[in-house]
Design a binder for this molecule. Structure first.
Ligand SMILES: NC(=O)c1ccc[n+]([C@@H]2O[C@H](COP(=O)([O-])OP(=O)(O)OC[C@H]3O[C@@H](n4cnc5c(N)ncnc54)[C@H](OP(=O)(O)O)[C@@H]3O)[C@@H](O)[C@H]2O)c1
Length: 254
């Protein structure tokens, strides 16, 4: 049932670490040429080298996806250099937790700019190419996978604006899904629970120590667990669309 991704091109945002990095590696191992994007070019270059050494095809593109012009250039370069665009993993995100009262509102701007506007810009720029890819060989289907979170389903104190952004990703994904599914662009939503990545590193220290304590006793997911699920989604046969996947560590209750 699993289809290889040979002769396809995938774009992964936030590929310099964590879930994006693991996903780029996984998709490349299944035959996709991967365009990998983030701001830290050195990390992207190292990953691209590794993928090439393992026989894959990779293109590293430094881009800040909160800037619409850079997103347009990212998609254009992907298509120019790799020839097409079949799969988008809309993954770049930031989680700046803390109380709403007295919050430094620049943290809200950063989350809204990246988790919402960045994801929208990528979807907007990629969509014409995905629609085109879905019309022909090799798969006659295309994929956009938007990375949300358990936080897109369950709101918690100290997570209000992160919840807001991930809830938005879910709503946008479902609306887009209805718009393009008849033309064989599959829109999927992935909602990870706690995964060991750099994500909490950006939370203010006093908040981080307090908030992340509740996860120290459980066996957290690894980025490869989510990459594996994403690869499962995009390698389904043309008739099968995995619309939504919620993936928690077994011991995570909420
Ligand atoms: N880890 C978890 O527990 C968890 C749970 C649920 C959902 N998620 C979601 O999973 C996604 C990936 O997060 P992660 O856990 O893998 O964290 P991560 O290791 O911190 O990865 C975040 C990625 O986003 C990139 N990024 C940040 N700002 C960017 C910008 N302006 N333009 C382009 N890229 C940017 C970062 O690269 P640069 O800094 O190099 O730009 C990095 O590659 C996020 O959407 C997050 O909300 C994570």
């Amino acid at each position: 049932m699993t289809e290889r991704l040979d002769n396809t091109v995938a774009l992964v945002t936030g590929a310099s670490s964590g879930i994006g990095e693991a996903t780029a590696r996984e998709l490349a191992s299944r035959g996709a040429a991967v365009a990998i994007a983030a701001r830290r070019g050195d990390r992207l270059d190292a990953l691209a080298d590794e993928i090439r050494q393992n026989g894959g095809r990779a293109l590293a593109i430094e881009a800040d996806v909160t800037d619409q012009e850079q997103v347009q250039a990212l998609v254009t370069q992907t298509v120019d250099d790799l020839g097409r665009l079949d799969i988008v993993i809309n993954n770049a995100g930031v989680m700046l937790l803390g109380p709403i009262e007295d919050a430094p509102t620049e943290e809200w701007d950063r989350m809204i700019d990246l988790n919402l506007k960045g994801l929208l810009y990528v979807a907007h720029a990629a969509l014409p190419h995905l629609l085109q890819a879905a019309e022909g060989d090799p798969r006659r289907v295309a994929d956009i996978v938007n990375i949300s979170s358990v936080a897109g389903r369950i709101a918690r104190v100290n997570s209000g604006v992160y919840n807001l952004t991930k809830w938005g990703v879910g709503a946008f994904s479902e609306s887009l899904r209805q718009e393009v599914t008849g033309r064989h662009v599959r829109v999927s939503l992935v909602e990870p629970g706690t995964v060991i990545t750099e994500l909490p590193n950006h939370i203010r220290e006093e908040i981080r120590d307090d908030m992340m304590g509740r996860f120290t006793d459980l066996e957290r997911l690894e980025a490869e667990d989510i990459a594996d699920a994403i690869a499962y989604i995009v390698s389904r046969p043309r008739r099968t669309a995995i619309n939504e996947l919620l993936i928690r560590p077994t011991e995570q209750e909420g």
